[in-house]
Design a protein around this ligand. Structure first.
Ligand code: TRP
Length: 453
């Protein structure tokens, strides 16, 4: 959808839009983060809260961001300047820019770990169920400053190269073919994990809630994950919305993406938790969980060696697809606000991100003594501030923007494709959820999670 006025590149087909937006949602959030947060927060109770947060906060905000992006058709700061001139709503975009930098810093580090695991699994180093070997291998990787940096820089350079080819060619080509294969492989891994003796404990952990384990910090974590999963509150989805075709059904697309994304997360949970319990590993290992447990499942699988390589390759590709949507934020702001060419904006961003990202990569070694927030190292602090403070705040402001400034009529016009979709009554409900329930929920959860003791 090239736009005659300003030559913005766009997606060439409606399936391309869907695939790329799904590509932004599905990534390390499903395969790495979802399982470890479920594990840290006590299992099914967290899952339940997460699903509620996705339905009442994530989904309405996703619809809002896509429609704001498509209507204003510019970068995430520009959209608010365009829809609400001479006001301060553009601060939402500025918040997003800050969170994006924090997220890319640790996200690219973790993708670096995944690449390192591709190399390890090719060499067959991980084919074992020996807990000590698996734990040692992971610790050795993240505490080695030069290899952490090398992998992370490699990832960011690769993203720079992909983006230099432009939106439709670069992003679409990478993400289109990937999802079905990843999905199938996850099914196979889950089946293997489920076939281990004692696997049912893991299924219970994932699906039978223990309400006693739900507290305020669990609820805030679930809210943060809902934002992180659907790429909300930073501008990624606003930009992808600006590439949406005028005839695309936004609420339907957002709903489908949410469901598909949830399915991938649940499959990742089913790949990991049955094995964790069957093998006597602990579910609350935090960010190490995926890396220290998944190799033990492949060890049990026919053709496990080859399939483990494929698994880490697909995970890396899904993660790169998601990272593209993050890096798109600073690039589009520089390109459209500062009038830099796309290529310069891309490489200025990449160089800056390599420098800023190194802070996360070094926070388990050289910079390990530095703590920023509540005794957390740099990596964890960036994660905390982005997921639990900045993204929810931006989400709160976005819902208020739609409710108070953009207004119901404009919201319905945008999401019904100027009335041609005949979905006004559904949109009426979504509008009221977005304008009233979403901001109240975010405000309450943030207040009890961060402020009140
Ligand atoms: N949603 C992606 C994942 O789960 C990560 C991601 C991409 C993201 N773009 C984002 C997270 C924007 C927050 C904001 O892996």
């Amino acid at each position: 959808m090239a736009n005659a006025n300003n030559q913005r590149d766009g997606f060439s087909s409606s399936f391309g839009v869907f695939a790329a937006t799904l590509g932004s949602a599905v990534g390390l959030g499903n395969i790495w983060r979802f399982p470890y947060e479920v594990g840290n927060s006590g299992g099914a109770g967290f899952l339940l809260v997460y699903i509620l947060a996705t339905l009442f906060v994530g989904l309405p905000l996703m619809i809002a961001e896509i429609s704001i992006g498509r209507t204003a058709n510019t970068d995430p700061i520009g959209v608010y300047k365009k829809l609400a001139p001479r006001s301060l709503w553009w601060i939402i975009g500025a918040f997003g820019l800050v969170s994006v930098l924090l997220i890319i810093s640790f996200y690219s580090d973790v993708i670096g770990w995944v690449f390192a695991y591709i190399a390890k699994s090719v060499r067959g180093h991980l084919l074992t169920q020996d807990k000590a070997v698996l734990e040692g291998s992971f610790t050795q990787l993240i505490t080695n400053p030069s290899s952490s940096l090398a992998w992370q820089w490699g990832v960011l350079l690769l993203v720079g190269i992909i983006l230099s080819f432009g939106v439709s060619k670069g992003i679409e080509a990478v993400t289109k073919k990937l999802m079905p294969v990843l999905f199938l492989l996850l099914c196979v891994v889950a089946a293997t994990s489920l076939s281990m003796p004692g696997a049912m404990e893991g299924v219970k952990f994932l699906f039978v809630p223990d309400m006693a384990k739900i507290d305020r910090s669990v609820i805030l974590t679930a809210l943060g994950l809902a934002f992180f999963k659907l790429s909300l509150g930073v501008g990624s989805i606003t930009i992808y919305g600006s590439y949406f075709r005028r005839d695309q059904n936004i609420p339907k697309t957002a709903f489908t993406i949410m469901l598909a994304d949830l399915a991938v997360s649940l499959l990742a949970g089913l790949a990991i938790f049955p094995a964790v319990f069957a093998l006597g590993f602990s579910p609350d290992k935090g960010p190490a969980l995926l890396f220290q447990t998944i190799p033990a499942v492949f060890f049990k699988m026919p053709m496990g060696h080859a399939l483990m390589v494929v698994f880490f390759v697909l995970t890396a590709m899904a993660a790169i697809g998601a990272l593209l949507s993050l890096v798109e934020v600073p690039i589009s702001v520089m390109h459209e606000r500062l009038n830099l060419s796309r290529i310069s904006a891309t490489w200025v961003s990449i160089v800056f991100l390599i420098l800023f990202g190194s802070l996360s990569a070094l926070s388990f070694s050289t910079l390990g003594h530095i703590t920023l927030i509540q005794g957390k190292n740099i990596f964890d602090s960036f994660d905390f501030v982005s997921s639990k403070v900045l993204m929810p705040t931006a989400g709160l402001l976005t819902s208020l923007f739609v409710g108070l400034r953009w207004g119901k009529a404009a919201f319905i016009r945008a999401n019904s494709n100027e009335g041609s979709l005949n979905n006004a009554s559904l949109l009426n409900i979504i509008f009221w959820v977005l304008a009233v329930i979403t901001p109240i929920l975010i405000a309450i959860i943030m207040y009890f999670g961060l402020v009140s003791k």
